[in-house]
Ligand binder design. Structure first.
Ligand SMILES: *Cc1c(COP(=O)(O)O)cnc(C)c1O
Length: 824
């Protein structure tokens, strides 16, 4: 995000600052509004927001204990001398004022999106379509509220050149505030539904309120296919001198853009006409809302760039936006459509159209599991009559209603039906056999927790997976942060596919947790992270000359370890005419791997850097060879003191501050004192501690039993007949082999797996794609889950048995093993 000093924040929020004089120019780089998502850093400021259910002020003492030093408050009694306080009338408004100021400072184009449905999808798709050509800052997830919008806009800084933000309102008067903050040059009005109708007098009022967002926009994109919208928006554009970018899918005349869509089974061909010029593209969806969203995106790209040819191909690669409508394989040949984030009529219709499409593909029945309908101004009896009409229109075979209200209107429904006033009643009476060969739409408002139904109906996976628990990752990160001084920076090593756990998801989580640096091995890994939207600074440990241009293009910071590398990299930077490009100097203090080793090399490097304006030394570092080994502590200390001396000598010769770092995970645990300004966390984050630090395991390697069979005393199991049994035995076959990364040294009872609550030894040689377990005396059936490491077997244990180190066990899990991420 953008940086402010605390006194600037006080000024821009029109507050009064209470702080010690030298604290007033402290730089703030992180805004916190949710006390749960805060971890460390003096550079954070907490806005104590107040709402009907929560008062952020109550967390202040606890946050002070956890190291926060800056607060924005609206209740005087919390102000004390332990921290700096900005006192304002209203903390939400203060946040909005700060965001408004930040918007004024960042004058690149912003696309603002509002409407009842599709905001997040249009935003995400525009991002996907434009991200090769723009550096985009956008609302995280669906941050579109009175708090979400300012937090999004505060992310704007000079690293970007395009903003895409969504705005949502639930009552009159709200949009005016968001308009000032977003100030979009280009507007997109997605559509109008009945969500949040209850707080508005009429549709007209709701449109008018939403249109406020575009009062000072240059262009406004909208569809004329809804008559009411057409009239209102056209008039609005005239009144406010906004250029209308109107479009139609229904051959309406007098539009700027006319589209026509030709739906196929799994994709849609869309053609667009602007004046007399024609364009054609395809999207991998065939439901009406996706087509509508794609039209908005096309119009958006045109409004922004006036050229769309470049982008046409990219429409084919659009993906469904996660966390909405997801489709999963269910039990008994069922298909599940999970849509349990809201339950208004409009999104219900959209979901029904998806249901229809999926059912047609597989000749399946249609079942709807529906909660009470929320967020609508329609009187209840009419509302449920409308629901019934929709069910009839879409020829739904069966309705399962869950909730007190829908149960109350049971009589209204004229399809096959069951109703339960509580979820638990449904769960109790649920019998697997009753649902088969059907597409099941699971549709409910968040509070009905319909994800439980999905879990009940979902097919257990018959595959080997590495389950990665992101909460445990955060837990481990904080366990290390607690050892450190709050101001010490943390670089997290995400090299080698984040030690085998996966790259992008892990990096996203780390970015969210505000780690200071990410480190990768080669530039390609860094490029991949940048392409996934990671903005955290990235250091590349092995910069290779052929990839230098990527460093520049993707803002990757090289580890400079030799004079040759220094010269070559300087040349690339100067060719790009970039000044003060950040680099990191590696000193070899005894590892005898990469690094400057002799005094004359180091001195030469320093004079080279000092003589140019192209580079800036961000940090000096070294790597410990044996930080985990108490027998080598004398050597480790020699490395540290050598580093201290060299780093000091380097720092002396520059006018700016240079960070120093030498500790890896074991180093942080065992030599905490030498944390300098930064540390480099690796294996510890992934749950392996050298000193018994209480960490959580983050990865579970698991599979399922494919088959169980009996083997007689005279028989053997597997290749070369290595698996000998001493008595009649029960054998379980599991689809996990050495090609998945399980070390073959675990064969022949050296290793075990955890199944049905017991350890079962691996019998015979591990095969390429399979292995066999001796499950004699254990109650095991095909389909049962088997754990290879996780909460019952630790990675360190496996490493020891295989004669290797935990690092190799983790990084060895092959790419074909699917990574699944768990959170909360
Ligand atoms: C991999 C690596 C680390 C992290 O080491 P861990 O033992 O996993 O904590 C730190 N520094 C450098 C230079 C590395 O290559």
């Amino acid at each position: 995000m953008n940086q402010f000093t605390i006194s600037e924040i006080s000024k821009f929020t029109e507050g009064k600052l209470f702080s010690s004089p030298n604290a007033s120019d402290e730089i703030i780089t992180n805004i916190v509004t949710d006390s749960r998502t805060f971890f460390a850093g003096e550079n954070a400021i907490f806005f104590a927001l107040t709402g009907p259910r929560n008062n952020g002020h109550h967390y202040i003492p606890q946050l002070i204990d956890r190291g926060i030093k800056n607060f924005v408050v609206s209740e005087k009694k919390w102000i004390n001398s332990k921290a700096s306080f900005v006192f304002v009338k209203n903390t939400t408004e203060a946040l909005q004022k700060l965001a408004t100021f930040n918007r004024r400072k960042n004058l690149y184009p912003v696309i603002g999106i509002t409407g009842s449905n599709g905001k997040t999808i249009v935003k995400e798709w525009l991002h996907d379509l434009l991200s090769e050509d723009f550096s985009i800052v956008r609302s995280p997830k669906s941050y579109n509220s009175q708090i979400g919008v300012p937090l999004s806009v505060l992310l704007m800084n000079k690293n970007y050149n395009l903003g895409i933000f969504e705005a949502g309102i639930s009552e009159p008067g709200e949009m005016k505030k968001l308009t000032k903050i977003i100030k979009p040059e280009i507007g997109i009005f997605t559509n109008l539904g009945d969500a949040h109708q209850e707080n508005f007098e009429s549709y007209e009022q709701k449109i008018e309120e939403k249109l406020q967002l575009f009062k000072s926009s240059e262009k406004l994109i909208f569809s004329v296919d809804n008559q009411l919208c057409k009239k209102k928006i056209t008039r609005f554009c005239e009144e406010h001198s906004v250029t209308p970018v109107s479009w139609s899918l229904l051959k309406n005349k007098n539009v700027f853009l006319s589209f026509s869509a030709e739906k196929k089974e799994s994709y849609t061909k869309i053609s667009a006409k602007i004046e007399s010029k024609k364009y054609a593209f395809k999207i991998p969806f065939s439901d009406s809302s996706s087509i509508e969203n794609a039209c908005h995106c096309f119009a958006g790209i045109w409004a922004l760039t006036q050229k769309t040819d470049l982008f046409l191909k990219r429409f084919e690669k659009l993906e469904p936006v996660a966390m909405r409508l997801e489709i999963k394989q269910g039990i008994n040949n069922c298909l599940l459509i999970n849509d349990y984030y809201n339950s208004d009529l409009n999104s219900f219709s959209i979901a029904l159209s998806v249901l229809q499409q999926q059912a047609a593909k597989g000749h399946l029945q249609k079942t709807v599991i529906l909660s009470d309908i929320q967020q609508t101004g329609i009187p209840k009896p009419d509302l449920y009559k409308q629901v019934n009409q929709l069910l009839l229109d879409w020829k739904i075979d069966k309705l399962i209603g869950i909730g007190p209200e829908i149960t109350k209107y049971f009589e209204v429904f004229s399809v096959r039906k069951e109703c339960y006033s509580k979820l638990i009643d449904f769960e109790k009476s649920f019998q697997k056999e009753n649902l088969k060969d059907s597409v099941i739409l699971i549709k409910g408002a968040r509070k009905f927790t319909f994800e439980k139904i999905s879990a009940l109906l979902q097919q257990k996976t018959h595959q080997t997976v590495l389950e990665v628990n992101l909460n445990a990752l955060v837990y481990n990160l904080n366990a290390f942060r607690k050892l450190l001084k709050p101001e010490t920076k943390v670089m997290v090593m995400v090299k080698a596919f984040s030690y085998g756990t996966g790259d992008v998801e892990i990096a996203k989580m780390l970015q969210f947790q505000n780690v200071d640096y990410l480190a990768v091995a080669v530039a390609d890994e860094g490029v991949q992270l940048r392409n996934a939207g990671i903005q955290t600074p990235i250091i590349v440990m092995n910069p290779e000359e052929h990839s230098f241009q990527n460093f520049i293009d993707y803002r990757l910071e090289p580890n400079i370890y030799s004079l040759e590398l220094l010269q070559a990299f300087t040349k690339t930077v100067s060719q790009n005419a970039l000044e003060e490009f950040p680099v990191h100097l590696k000193i070899d203090t005894g590892m005898n791997r990469l690094g400057f080793k002799t005094e004359s090399e180091i001195q030469h490097a320093i004079s080279t850097i000092k003589a140019t304006r192209w580079l800036k030394v961000k940090s000096v570092f070294s790597h410990l060879a044996a930080s985990d080994d108490p027998k080598m502590d004398d050597f480790t200390k020699t490395q540290i003191s050598g580093f201290n001396e060299i780093a000091g000598n380097i720092s002396k010769q520059f006018s700016y501050n240079i960070d120093r770092h030498i500790l890896n995970s074991a180093g942080i645990e065992r030599f905490t004192k030498y944390q300098f300004e930064m540390v480099r966390l690796g294996i510890g984050l992934y749950g392996v501690s050298q000193t018994g630090l209480g960490l959580e395991h983050i990865g579970t390697l698991k599979s399922t039993v494919s088959q169980v069979k009996t083997v007689q005393k005279t028989e053997t199991v597997g290749y070369n007949r290595k698996g000998k049994v001493e008595k009649t035995s029960k054998i379980a076959v599991v689809p996990l082999g050495y090609a998945d990364g399980l070390d073959r040294k675990l064969s022949n009872k050296n290793g075990s797996a955890f199944v049905s609550g017991k350890l079962a030894p691996i019998i015979g040689n591990i095969c390429m794609d399979m292995l066999m377990l001796d499950v004699t005396g254990i109650d095991v059936n095909a389909g049962d889950e088997v754990e290879f490491f996780g909460s019952n077997i630790s990675i360190s244990e496996i490493a020891e048995k295989a004669g290797t180190i935990p690092y190799e066990v983790l990084t060895g899990i092959s790419q074909r093993v699917k990574r699944i991420y768990l959170q909360e």
